[in-house]
Each structure stands twice: as C-alpha cells, then as structure tokens.
Design a protein around this ligand. Structure first.
Ligand code: DHB
Length: 448
C-alpha cells in the first residue's frame, strides 16, 4: 500500500467477545476480531494469515473495544459470552466502506487489515478503572493478565477463530508498546497463572510469536536513573529539575548497567561509560544519515544549516542539546505521587504508590515489588525465558523524550544477546508515538 493511498476493505467482524469466563468488567475484558474478505474488490483468504494483536492502550489506562466505532460499519456482531467461540455463532459480514489511508500516524490494525492480515483488538483493564464503590480494579499487573487471557482465548479457539494462532504478532505504541514487549517476553510464565485462573482464562498457552513495540515506556523501576543518565545534562530544559535528585538518580545508572550485563554485537560489555557512544553509533548516527539521505538537496542544505553538528560523528552532548528533556526528576516515580506510573502501581484501595526505593525513601509497600516484576519484560529476557517471542520489531523516535534513549537500546541488546531476531530503528527527529514505516512492519510480519 502506497503512502496516502485509500483502500476499501470488506471484513468480517466479531465484536465484543468476552475472553474470560469470570470477567471483573466485561467492557474491558473483551476483544474484536477482524478478518478481511476483500481488499479493493479483490478477494483475500485470510483464514491462515498471521494475527496482528493490535492493542490500543495509552498511558497504561483502560481500553474498551466496544467503545470503538468501526468506520461506518453496520452494527451487529457476536453477543458477548465468555468462552463461546466466535465462528460457532457466525461472523458478521460487514458492509464495505472501511476506508483507510496510509500515512505517518496510522492505525496499525487498520493497516494490517488492508494488507490481508487478521486483526485482533484486545481491550484490557487499566490504572484508571474504579468501581462504583471506589475499588480500583485495573492496577498493575491487570492489563498484562488480561492481554494474556485474550491470547489464551485465541489459542484455545485455534481453527475456529480466523488466522494462524501460531503466528500471533503483538503491536502497540508507548504503554501499548511496553505491554506488547512484556506479552512477548513473559510468554508462558507461571507468574501470572493464579490471576489467569481466577479470571477463568482459557486453559491454553499465552505465548506469542513476535512483537512490534513502538516507543515502549518500559523497564519502569529503572527508568528514572536511565532518564537522568540520558537527559541529566540537557541545557534547554522546559521543566524544572532538582539537580540533587537528578544527580542521585544518575549515580544509580552504572550499577543498573552492571546488573543487565549486556554486550554489543562485537561482544564488548556495555557500561554506563560506553553506552552513549554505542547508542550513537548503532542507532542515532545511522538514523540521522537515513533522514538526511531522504531529503532533497535543498531541504538537506537547510537542515544542515540549522543543525551543523548533525553531519559526521556528532556527540551525545550535541544530540541531547538538540532533544532537550521532556520530564522532571524523577521522571516516573514522582516524589508527590503525581505520575501515571505512580497510579499504575496503586492497589485496590490506593490510587497511587511509589515503586522505587529512591522515591519511597525506604522499603516499598506490600505487593509493589511483585507488580513491578510482572510489569518488566527485561527480567524475562535476561533469564532467557524459553517460551518468549523471538522475533522483534522495535521503533522509537529520536526526539522522543518520554523515556531515556537507553531503554529501547538496552531492550534491543538484551534480545539480541538472548539470540533473538531484532529489527530496531530510531526515527530521526520524531517525537513520542511516531510510526513512520508501516510498510516495513507489514513486510516484516509477512516474512515471519
Ligand atoms: C505513555 C507516555 C508516557 O510518558 C508514560 O510515562 C507512560 C505512557 C503513553 O503515551 O502511553
């Protein structure tokens, strides 16, 4: 599909399938399944196609697929019913008219559908969920438990749901990127089993085949130290930063790199001292070069005139001077409990809690450490979880200041150290949430 091209897709839609037998709230614990039947009037057979598990989750908040209005589609669909396989009740042949155009910020699910792939949009609980009587029911790790339950539902209904359940490819951006990465890294782990049994999840595997993670906001308990290592010297601050907090957090970064024990492709150990040069040479300078090469002579000359440092081997200081920082310190575990992540690590009765000993100033509250472990993909990768996804597509903007540039780089290093296939790219000058090469994503899915 060419950039900006409009495509007409006919597809079957199974709407609002509740994927657990004992939902806490079926509005969130349900999913839509879409099977394309024709694209621009040409029949497609997607019955054995890969399944793009496209989560639309932002800010670690809840996501409900029933709220989704599929573009001009007649209604209908499956009545929600825990455990009922969709095809048994018959799919709903949609009318035509789902038009979508490819562009820089596109819905990857729509794009996948237009490319002849089966698409599953899972809903999931999130940190904002609160019941009428004031009980929070979507705090960590609720979202990942739900997403695993959705995968189990698909696998339990292999041959009934459209698509190849051995080729489930999760995709998401930001919190959704992080949850996609976590879903792939933690596949088959028994750390979630008790919660899944309580929900009445299908007795099937929750492993997936591949992961596309865009700007994943992940490795949360280490993200504050990583942020100060990355942006601590930013001079064009638009946010006020306590210099002592910044320095104390940055001082924790070397031990963190030691704990990760990562190596580059030449087998050299990655440390706090050489990581900047690694990210520059492996990710950022090639990103800048691709960007400049893609410009017209005139635009390139203008860009270089504005940013004379960008040609050649620019330094970390030059680069960070260009990006600036976007968050205060600590960037994630806010001292006043005001961040989204504080709210993610709340519990049934408490909206927001600390999840690092630094911000807590002592021992964490009961249950936090367990939630932190189940929200962080890095542990599963470093432990070489044998059931993890082993094909990865990682993307992030090189001007995305929502988290440290080390996060995706370290994730990519951990995966490739584990022997996985990793396709990583930083989009030059792109901010948070960028998605600039959907065709590469589709080609990658089709190559799996
Ligand atoms: C998202 C952005 C953030 O800066 C963050 O800390 C968590 C989530 C998001 O866009 O999903």
């Amino acid at each position: 599909m060419a950039d900006g091209e409009e495509v007409t897709v006919n597809y079957k839609l199974w709407k609002g399938i509740v994927y657990v037998a004992n939902p806490v709230d079926a509005e969130y614990q349900s999913m839509n399944i879409k099977q394309p039947t024709s694209v621009n009037g040409k029949e497609v057979d997607a019955s054995g196609a890969p399944i793009v598990f496209a989560m639309n989750i932002g800010g670690y908040t809840s996501s409900a697929v029933n709220a989704e209005q599929p573009g001009g589609m007649p209604g209908g669909g499956m009545p929600p019913g825990g455990g009922a396989p969709p095809a048994g009740a018959g799919g709903v042949e949609s009318g035509s008219g789902a038009q979508m155009s490819a562009g820089k910020r596109i819905d990857l699910g729509d794009y996948a559908l237009a490319s002849g792939l089966v698409v599953v949009n899972p809903g999931a609980r999130g940190r904002d969920n609160v019941s009428a009587d004031g009980v929070y029911f979507g705090k960590a790790p609720a979202a990942i438990v739900d997403l695993k339950a959705a995968v189990r539902y698909l696998k339990a209904n292999t041959g009934v749901v459209p698509g190849n359940t051995d080729r489930i490819v999760s995709s998401g951006s930001s919190a959704g990127g992080a949850l996609s990465v976590l879903l792939g890294a933690s596949g088959g782990s028994d750390l979630y089993q008790k919660d899944l049994v309580e929900l009445g999840a299908a007795d099937a595997s929750d492993t997936i085949y591949a992961v596309a993670g865009y700007c994943p906001i992940t490795d949360l308990e280490n993200a504050d130290a990583a942020y100060e290592w990355c942006f601590g010297d930013a001079t064009n601050e638009t946010v006020s930063v306590n210099a002592t907090v910044s320095e104390e957090l940055r001082a924790r970064f070397p031990q963190y790199m030691e704990r990760l024990g990562l190596k580059d492709d030449q087998g050299r150990k990655l440390t706090a001292d050489n990581l900047a040069e690694h990210i520059l040479s492996v990710h950022l300078r090639p990103s800048a070069k691709r960007y400049l090469d893609g410009l017209s002579d005139e635009d390139r000359a203008a860009y270089v005139a504005q940013n004379p440092w960008v040609e050649g081997d620019f330094t970390w200081e030059q680069f960070i001077d260009h990006t600036g920082r976007g968050k205060g310190a600590p960037a994630f575990d806010a001292l006043d409990l005001s961040s989204g992540e504080n709210s993610l690590f709340g519990n049934e009765n408490t909206n927001a809690r600390h999840f690092t000993t630094y911000a807590q100033g002592g021992d964490l509250e009961e249950g936090v450490e367990d939630a932190v472990t189940r929200m962080n993909p890095m542990g599963f990768i470093l432990d070489r979880n044998p059931q993890r996804a082993q094909h990865w597509f990682l993307r992030v903007g090189a001007k995305d200041t929502d988290t440290s540039f080390s996060i995706v780089s370290n994730l990519a290093s951990a995966l490739s150290n584990a022997g996985d296939a990793v396709d990583t790219s930083y989009y030059w000058d792109a901010g948070h949430g960028a998605n600039e090469d959907p065709d590469a994503f589709i080609a990658w899915v089709k190559s799996l």
